[in-house]
Design a protein around this ligand. Structure first.
Ligand code: 13P
Length: 264
């Protein structure tokens, strides 16, 4: 089963359009000096105002998938401050992050809302990266699997299996996000195996086997390689370390090496 490794940066509320342009310049220079092997997908999720700037770089050949950090559940209407799936597609987005723990915790997004957004995204051709993950108290209470299963089942509840061929799941333990404390390879391996088994209960098992499961939470150039060597880890959703093109590119390179890509 070959799944294309995917390394995606989530910039969160960082980088103006100007800074995004500088980041793209730096990435382009690094890739020109030392190309990355084929067979690796790179992506970046800028804040909305920086999307057109990065889209222009992609149109000029920078090998990135443009990702939105969020989308509204409706296609248009009186929702001041919100951004819709058609708007994101029009500006060049090819994926959208849904269910990030910051959206859940800070903005109060429920599984039901995430499911509604996910349906809107898949019905309109914008494949989601669905983020799931337990908090520290949930892990300590032995509830990690219950939480992951609920978030998957509820988050996917409104979509049909045939709409989920391009689904990506990101396992992001909340206690590992922005803390410098990444999950151990044992924890990641167990969680990813559980996520895939759960997906195989929701979707046809051969479809579940094709989906990519990313790890997120304090991924750095120094810890990416052992995590990427795990069979069930198909890449990363990187926060802080994606803000610099250099560390993002180092994580991508470590992933390519770990996955044994030709020329890595
Ligand atoms: P950090 O890499 O900064 O821990 O953030 C992870 C994350 O939330 C990516 O979506």
């Amino acid at each position: 089963m070959t799944r294309v490794p995917f390394v995606a940066g989530n910039w969160k509320m960082n980088h103006t359009a100007t800074a995004a342009g500088q980041w793209c310049d730096a990435l382009r220079e690094r890739l020109a000096a030392a190309p990355l092997p084929d067979g690796l997908e790179l992506g970046v999720a800028p804040a909305f105002p920086a999307l057109p700037r990065v889209a222009a770089e992609i149109a000029a050949g920078l090998p990135l998938t443009l990702i939105a950090q969020n989308a509204h559940r409706e296609l248009s209407g009186a929702f001041t401050g919100a951004v819709s799936v058609p708007m994101l597609l029009d500006v060049g987005c090819r994926r959208v992050i849904l269910g990030h723990s910051e959206r859940r915790e800070i903005f109060g997004e429920t599984d039901a809302l995430i499911a509604r957004k996910l349906r809107t995204a898949v019905e309109n051709g914008l494949p989601p990266i669905l983020c799931i993950g337990e908090t520290e108290p949930e892990r300590e209470a032995g509830r990690t699997e219950v939480v992951l299963e609920q978030q998957l089942q509820r988050g996917l509840a409104e979509a049909r299996a045939e709409q989920l061929d391009e689904l990506v799941v990101a396992y992001e333990p909340v206690w590992a996000i922005g803390t410098g404390r990444h999950a151990t390879p044992e924890q990641v391996s167990a969680a990813h195996a559980f996520v895939r088994a759960t997906l195989a209960g929701i979707l046809p098992p051969e479809q579940a086997a094709r989906l990519r499961i990313l790890y997120g939470g304090s991924v750095q150039p120094g810890n990416a390689e052992p995590l990427a060597r795990l069979e069930e880890v198909d890449g990363f959703l990187v926060g802080g370390a994606s803000l610099e093109a250099a560390s993002f590119e180092e994580i991508a390179r470590a992933t390519a090496r770990a996955k044994g890509l030709e020329g890595a």
